[in-house]
Design a protein around this ligand. Structure first.
Ligand SMILES: Nc1ncnc2c1ncn2[C@@H]1O[C@H](COP(=O)(O)OP(=O)(O)OP(=O)(O)O)[C@@H](O)[C@H]1O
Length: 669
């Protein structure tokens, strides 16, 4: 160990004083050994002896060191130093190595604070373990901290779980579905239940009839949150139980409300409900703003002339966008949510991000029985019965009021032994392929003891962890590709994919309506140049919010009928839209976040079908994109495709021609 000095180098040769000192020391050692041999009649353990030896050697080493230092000090004294401290004032410290069980710790111990040395060797003190820091908690545990219990206890469902739907009238084959429903599903070509459906149906359709009841004010059902990949059949997972439960109804009331982020999705979900509920007598309505407000009112409300405590409805199921829903809540007489048995929030994370007119708070407040109670004493009521005031006290249609709202009626409070509070029987069902983990947003939903279902390849806790850390599951049948390219080459690469990789029946996502229009024009010019025969040309159309409702509907229908092979769009239809024959998705402009990526690529590889997703990433975006993928543990699933100039060359003359025509069009406008 290097010794600290006060700026003077110490000579290391032996002096007379040191020789004398060493001689004395030898003699002292001999005497010590003799004394020890004489006194130790007791047997000693090997360990103890070894320790003793070490200790005595150590003390001798210390003495040697001390002697050398004294000698050095004596020599150093006369030498004047140029430093700020004189050698006499300088406090000299000795680095002493303290050996402990766990690790070596070096401490600076001032020489003058050392205890005086005992001439008799002492036993070393027993060493105690140092206080140790507890192990850091696992990342997975940290991620789960502060989360609601429902999510931690989520039911993880393997995507491969399937259950055959029995066509035998005498048995449901464990599906818990009525014979009517099983027959209907078979008619629609659905012969087995997908993973999300196998776990959700038994939960939403308990065998006990009282748990299926429309009103359960004292034991309301638990709410449900579902995270399942795109195209895994979430719509059926809620539509089937809703139809099964509501089919038992006697009178029409608004009992199921399905909220979706776009009109296109409302239309799609309505089609599913109508197909599944055929012959069950349920009435399905929509509210999207596509028709005039008064037309919608006339479709939804049976009686808007008198003020009815329990509302009045022409439909059992209402499928709507949040904006129009709020308009009806605020402005349509007798539009009431008090009878709701189901509130479905599909694409929940997207809808919860929409604060439009604080729609969620308004809906929840319309479902929740108000606390304010206007009560009258029995004598008041009796008195009123004999007066003309009778009508205001006793409304005409009390049966229309939901049990949890009965206290609002001006009847006297009848003493009861039941002290439990009545609650709304509405069961909230949340669905998404990218379910939010934001505790603030989940809290805003006022969920009742929520039960989580997570469809995930990994059936242990990591399924939950992936929801928590927003690592989303992709369909198993999806193949993902990445092409990093120069901005100027993007159109050419896209045309190459269309003609060399058979990328047709494709949804192409761009960043804006303007880039959609431009790409469509460029591709049309390119096709005209590339294929002489018009029948060989690929048909491409734009689908954007710039188009009218009717035009959008007709374009979507033509695409579904495969009269259009390439549909270029913005993120308007990146969520939820289900078009079975889409075999490719191209992100012409790379998505900026993982959620967008998941929903875009999820337009293909649906319901167990194969599909390819291609993402074109400009060189300057590559880093961000790769980081985004890495954070979601997804980079390895994306294959990089490298294209050479040679691959693109045959297309260049046609592309140049198309580009020149496009420039001409834009310069004219
Ligand atoms: N059990 C089933 N058997 C066969 N096809 C099914 C089954 N369940 C659903 N499908 C079909 O799978 C497709 C995808 O279903 P759905 O649109 O409900 O997916 P999703 O999970 O809601 O997807 P996204 O998250 O993209 O909205 C639909 O065409 C639907 O008809």
């Amino acid at each position: 160990m290097a010794e600290e000095t006060t700026g003077v180098l110490q000579p290391k040769g032996r002096t007379k004083a040191k020789t004398r000192y060493l001689k004395h020391k030898k003699e002292r050692r001999k005497l010590n050994k003799k004394a020890k041999a004489a006194s130790s009649n007791l047997p000693q353990s090997k360990n103890f002896v070894a320790e003793d030896d070490t200790a005595s050697e150590k003390s001798e080493e210390d003495e040697d060191e001390e002697a050398e230092r004294d000698e050095g000090q004596q020599k150093a004294l006369p030498v004047p130093t140029t430093g700020t401290k004189s050698p006499t004032n300088a406090r000299r410290k000795k680095r002493q190595k303290v050996s402990v069980d766990v690790e070596d710790v070096e401490m600076e111990v001032p020489e003058d604070t050392q205890p005086p040395k005992s001439p008799v060797p002492t036993e070393p003190l027993p060493s105690f373990p140092l206080p140790a820091l507890p192990d850091a908690p696992l990342k997975s545990i940290l991620a789960l901290q502060g989360l609601n219990k429902g999510l931690v206890d989520a039911e993880i469902v393997a995507p491969s779980t399937l259950l055959a739907i029995s066509s035998d009238a005498s048995t449901d084959g464990g599906t818990i579905l009525s014979e009517k429903m099983r027959r209907r599903l078979h008619d629609l070509g659905i012969t087995e239940l997908f993973a999300v459906q196998t776990s959700l149906l038994p939960f939403l359709l308990p065998r006990n009839p009282s748990h299926r009841a429309l009103y359960q004010p004292y034991h309301p059902p638990r709410d449900v949150c579902v995270s399942a990949p795109t195209g895994s059949g979430k719509t059926l997972a809620y539509a089937v139980p809703i139809i099964e439960i509501l089919s038992s109804r006697i009178v029409t009331r608004l009992r199921a409300l399905i909220v979706l982020p776009t009109r296109d999705l409302v239309v799609q979900v309505r089609e599913t409900f109508e197909a599944l509920s055929k012959g069950r007598g349920l009435k399905i309505g929509t509210a999207t703003g596509q028709h005039s407000f008064s037309h919608e009112q006339s479709q939804l409300i049976a009686d808007s002339s008198s003020n009815l405590s329990g509302g009045s409805s022409k439909v059992d199921v209402l499928i709507c966008t949040p904006g129009r829903l709020i308009d009806h809540l605020n402005e349509s007489p007798n539009f009431s949510l008090q009878h709701l048995r189901f509130l479905v929030i599909d694409e929940a994370d997207r809808l919860l991000a929409q604060s439009f007119q604080d729609w969620l708070a308004q809906v929840l407040s319309a479902i929740r029985p108000p606390k304010q109670v206007i009560k009258h004493s029995l004598s008041d009521v009796c008195q009123a019965k004999n007066t003309s005031n009778n009508e205001t006290f006793l409304p005409k249609v009390p049966d229309a009021v939901a049990p949890a709202f009965l206290h609002l009626l001006p009847y006297p409070d009848v003493p009861s032994f039941i002290t439990e509070k009545k609650e709304s029987s509405c069961q909230k069902l949340l669905f998404s392929a990218t379910l939010t983990r934001d505790p603030g947003k989940i809290a805003a939903l006022e969920l009742r003891n929520p039960k989580y279902f997570v469809v995930h390849g990994n059936e242990n806790n990591s399924g939950v962890l992936d929801v928590v850390t927003e690592k989303f599951t992709m369909p198993a049948t999806l193949k993902e590709h990445l092409i990093v390219c120069e901005t100027a080459q993007k159109p050419l690469i896209f045309f190459h994919l269309v003609h060399s990789h058979d990328v047709i029946n494709v949804l192409v996502f761009t960043k804006s309506a303007e880039s959609t229009t431009r790409l469509v024009k460029l591709l049309e010019f390119f096709e005209n140049s590339f294929s002489e025969d018009p029948n060989d040309r690929v048909v491409v159309r734009a689908y954007s919010s710039d188009l009218g409702v009717a035009e959008r509907k007709s374009i979507l229908e033509s695409f579904k009928a495969q009269k259009i092979q390439i549909l270029v769009c913005s993120d308007l239809i990146s969520r939820g839209i289900d078009i079975s024959h889409v075999s490719h998705v191209v992100s012409y402009d790379a998505p900026v976040d993982m959620r967008k990526y998941v929903h875009r690529v999820g337009r293909t590889a649906r319901a167990g079908r194969e599909g390819d997703a291609w993402t074109l990433v400009e060189e300057q975006e590559a880093r961000h994109f790769k980081n985004m993928m890495k954070e979601s543990d997804h980079l390895d699933s994306v294959k990089r495709l490298r294209l050479s100039q040679h691959d693109l060359e045959p297309l260049v003359p046609h592309y140049d021609r198309a580009l020149a025509l496009l420039k001409e069009v834009y310069s004219r406008s």
